[in-house]
Design a protein around this ligand. Structure first.
Ligand code: FE2
Ligand code: FE2
Length: 156
């Protein structure tokens, strides 16, 4: 029986939209577990459906997450993006071989499981304090994220 991960509040990164997207990936992981145990033609079609959903998910989630991290000036953003790119490369490889008729159910499940357990529950958790700080200190109109003012060049 493949391992499962159940989402609880302690997995929250402090943003409702990102949490909802992470929960969606846990549902996809659950489907990947069921797919591994289904050797019927339905299991094969489920594999392709899951792979497609992961591609759609990553396109949306990574864009959302990277935009938010940029807004809160997360210092590890580039390293974080590199992890996203590495995961995309794994999924692209699985999609490539799937297009040639090779269905790698266990590889898909392992990639998703490791992504949830190592990236979401470790790397994503590291940006939580930055999101919380941004929530506590929203930019105020006119001053918030504005660059510090330099000397008044119009002064005589
Ligand atoms: Fe994430
Ligand atoms: Fe991430």
């Amino acid at each position: 029986m493949p391992l499962k991960i159940i989402w609880t509040e302690r997995f929250s990164v402090g943003d409702a939209l990102l949490d909802a997207q992470h929960q969606k990936l846990l549902i996809i992981l659950q489907r990947a577990s069921e797919c591994m145990e289904d050797d019927s033609p339905r299991g094969r079609s489920l594999f392709h459906s899951i792979l497609n959903d992961v591609c759609v998910y990553t396109a949306t989630h990574f864009r959302t997450e990277e935009a938010l991290l940029s807004q809160c000036h997360y210092p590890e953003l580039e390293a974080h993006k590199a992890e996203h790119v590495a995961f995309l490369a794994q999924i692209t490889e699985l999609a490539f071989v799937a297009s040639q008729g090779v269905v790698l159910k266990a590889d898909l499940h392992r990639s998703l499981f490791l992504w949830v357990s190592h990236h979401i529950l470790e790397s994503d958790m590291e940006y939580r304090p930055y999101l919380e700080k941004k929530l506590r200190n929203p930019p105020s109109s006119g001053h918030g994220d504005a660059a510090p003012e330099g000397p008044d060049k119009n002064k005589d």
